[in-house]
Design a protein around this ligand. Structure first.
Ligand code: SAM
Ligand code: SF4
Length: 376
């Protein structure tokens, strides 16, 4: 199946032009990017206009991971012990991060999300946010575990952050601590208050649902959403855990969650005005109190409308969470690459994107990097 998709994409990557961008390429053997050759720009690829792939999907959403480090060790993301972090010299500097972001902005990217690892453990993160905000993205958001957030919330808002997603997988203190291994629920709930007080709204709360771990709290989280007005997003557990223990039996499907919620509080599908590039399907409670979202990456993939591009902390451009194809913006920048060459690199990363992540294919291989090393 994957081979057929690769062949399909490859058939679109025709007419190689002479080499003009010396890029370091890391690609899964046999993937379209690998076969295109490290110095070959596919002739059919547009060199102006928005960042578009061979399926016509326009990419206007960039997620940048500013560190692979984290102060927590969530069971679905990192191993408890033995995580090996990138050496500091491999991490993009502020100058490099803002450079790629600025070039992406010039190519039509309108939404930037700062993530990690835990973005708040990056030294001087407020200053980084200030520099990224100056680029002028229509939307500048962050995903954080909330543990170091309360103190920084006003500064982050002043620096230009617009919105925040805070991760919280249980409303029971002991369970919360066992899922996040080092976390404290009260600190994260205080962070939510601080985000709202600083005007970083609408506040989204990310909940990774795992069978037999926290799926019995779904209605509690709905009550929380109804009482607080916060948008709770239930995320299907994806095969990106650092332990490599993911198994389909641990995934609770959005369909099952919706059935459970609907039986208690009927839901109405909701399409926010002006659209929302977020992958979550959004639902309002029919009685008008609150809303929730479902990020059904496993059982209802939204690849057909995917508009996302990622930059890892070590400067790799990735076109999909689940693809190991990477083009190194860091190598290009550190070899003296020009802005035009970096722009071309971004275009190539998008152009080589497969139609879907293939999680549900029998020959699916989980990516080499786990979630914290990519940037969620
Ligand atoms: N450290 C920050 C945090 O926890 O919010 C930002 C980075 S974290 C990798 C981004 C998001 O990915 C979080 O909401 C986290 O819950 C989610 N996540 C991590 N591993 C996941 C997995 N295996 N499946 C689904 N979501 C996952
Ligand atoms: Fe850290 Fe976020 Fe991964 Fe948890 S999900 S280990 S907080 S990066």
């Amino acid at each position: 199946m994957v081979d057929a998709l690769v062949a399909d994409v490859e058939s679109r990557l025709v007419t190689p032009t002479p080499p003009d961008v010396p890029v370091v390429l890391r690609a899964r053997p046999g993937s379209p990017l690998a076969r295109a050759g490290s110095n070959v720009v596919p002739g059919a690829m547009p060199t102006e206009g928005p960042l578009v792939d061979t399926f016509g999907r326009v990419h206007d959403d960039l997620r940048i991971s500013v560190t692979d480090r984290c102060n927590l060790r969530c069971v679905y993301c990192m191993p408890e012990e033995g995580m090996v972090f990138l050496p500091r010299t491999e991490i993009l500097t502020f100058e490099e991060l803002t450079r790629v972001a600025r070039i992406a902005h010039d190519l039509g990217v309108t939404a930037l999300r700062i993530t990690g690892g835990e973005p708040l453990v990056r030294k001087d993160v407020v200053e980084l946010v200030r520099q990224l905000a100056q680029i002028g993205f229509a939307d500048l958001a962050m995903t954080t575990n909330g543990t170091g957030f309360t103190r920084l919330a006003p500064d982050l808002a002043r620096a230009g952050l617009r919105r925040v997603n805070i991760s919280c997988d249980s409303l029971q203190p002991e369970r919360f601590a066992s899922i996040r291994r080092r976390g404290d629920l009260s600190v994260v709930l205080a962070a939510m208050d601080a985000a709202e007080a600083a005007g970083l709204t609408p506040l989204k709360v990310n909940v990774v649902v795992m069978a037999g771990v926290n799926d019995d709290e779904v209605l509690d989280f709905c009550s929380f959403a109804r009482d607080s007005g916060r948008l709770v997003r239930f995320i299907e557990f994806m095969p990106l855990d650092g332990d490599g223990h993911w198994d389909r039996s641990q995934v609770v499907s959005a369909e099952d969650l919706l059935a459970k919620i609907n039986a208690r509080w009927p839901l109405v599908v909701f399409d926010p005005e002006g659209g929302d590039s977020a992958p979550a399907e959004r639902y309002r409670f029919a009685d008008g109190r609150g809303e929730i979202g479902m990020v059904a990456s496993v059982t209802r993939p939204f690849c057909g409308t995917c508009n996302r591009l990622r930059l890892t902390a070590d400067g790799a451009i990735r076109n999909c969470l689940f693809s190991d194809d990477e083009l190194s913006a860091k190598e290009l920048m550190r070899a003296g690459g020009t802005d035009e060459e970096i722009a071309l690199l971004l275009r190539r990363a998008v152009w080589g994107k497969l139609p879907g992540h293939g999680i549900n294919d029998p020959d699916f291989l989980r990516p080499v990097r786990s979630m914290s090393m990519i940037g969620g």
